[in-house]
Design a protein around this ligand. Structure first.
Ligand code: A3P
Length: 296
């Protein structure tokens, strides 16, 4: 068949109890035994929490605001995606990383306990971005509609149930955000909230600069802030995933840069879905001091 059929809506298979798309599950040994280097930086997120935004911020900082360099290639080419394996429209992470010069900046959606041990042996730094569950769910729903590699989300009503159960690629949101939150005690992890980035992007970009051990002038900070705004990224072909073919990401169904807001969940949850979600949320978040804002 046509090449794009190779990538069509993979089935989910469990890896250590977490559902992953088949190519990742089939190649798990390669991911688990991946050899990190001490200056590797991980950008870790639950899918749709603001990965691309943080990638653009980090790349802008690493290139000291030189936008020509930052615009050298689309996001998925600039950042190896650790666990992606063939067949995939995105290059296989482990293969690409073998050829990538240090310092390597690596994207991952893996939950904390599935990160290859080598990263911790080398005490690598991690930037983790977390987003409130309701907006994260809405964003993931639209993504699963338009991303032809991921299982179809079904109706929104059906999807809310799947999301709460963690029956989606990379597993459950609760497990992910809590696992990484606890991991802060043991590792060099900058835990950033999407809502904080929306509220005061400069403040959060400053935190990232400090965490990376860099120093940038206020002018460059301002420049990076502008370059990584939702509007600028939506219009930037190197940041908006327009480089991916429609057969993989169908942006006529939903643009990758969809809304970029806090509280869009209010346009999607019914009163009943919201009550059900809140009840489950309370149970699952009990005993953690991890707090999210669903509006700002
Ligand atoms: P929405 O679907 O709510 O619009 P990821 O990069 O992890 O896949 O996350 C994608 C989400 O982050 C999308 O959310 C996207 O619009 C949003 N996003 C991307 N760049 C952004 C930016 N510069 N500012 C705010 N939101 C951004």
């Amino acid at each position: 068949g046509a090449p794009q059929e190779l990538f069509y809506r993979f089935q989910l298979l469990p890896v250590h109890g977490i559902p992953f798309m088949k190519p990742i599950a089939d190649n798990w040994d390669r991911i688990e035994t991946f050899q990190a280097k001490p200056d590797d930086l991980l950008i870790a997120t639950y899918p749709k929490a603001g990965t691309t935004w943080m990638q653009e911020i980090v790349d802008s900082i690493m290139n000291a605001g030189d936008l020509k360099k930052v615009k050298r290639a689309p996001t998925h080419v600039r950042f190896p995606f650790l666990e992606i394996c063939n067949p995939s429209p995105v290059p296989c992470g482990v293969d690409v990383l073998e050829e990538t010069q240090s310092p390597r900046i690596i994207k991952t959606h893996l939950p904390y306990e599935l990160i290859p041990k080598s990263f911790w042996e080398h005490e690598c730094k991690v930037i983790y971005v977390a987003r409130n569950a309701k907006d994260n769910a809405v964003s993931y729903y639209y993504f699963d509609l338009m991303n032809k590699t991921q299982p179809h989300p079904g109706t929104w009503e059906e999807y809310v149930g799947k999301f709460l159960k963690g029956n989606v690629p990379w597993g459950g949101w609760f497990h992910h955000v809590i696992g990484w939150w606890k991991a802060r005690a043991k590792h060099q992890i900058l835990y950033v909230f999407y809502e904080d980035m929306k509220e005061d992007p400069k403040r959060e970009i400053r935190k990232v600069i400090r965490f990376l051990g860099k120093e940038l002038s206020e002018d460059l900070l301002e420049k990076i802030c502008q370059h990584t705004s939702f509007k600028a990224m939506k219009e930037n072909p190197m940041a908006n995933y327009s480089a991916m073919p429609d057969s993989v990401l169908d942006q006529s169904i939903s643009p990758f840069m969809r809304k970029g807001e806090v509280s869009d969940w209010k346009n999607h949850f019914t009163v009943q879905q919201n009550e059900m979600f809140d009840a489950e949320y309370q149970k699952r978040m009990e005993g953690t001091d991890l707090k999210f804002r669903c509006s700002i």
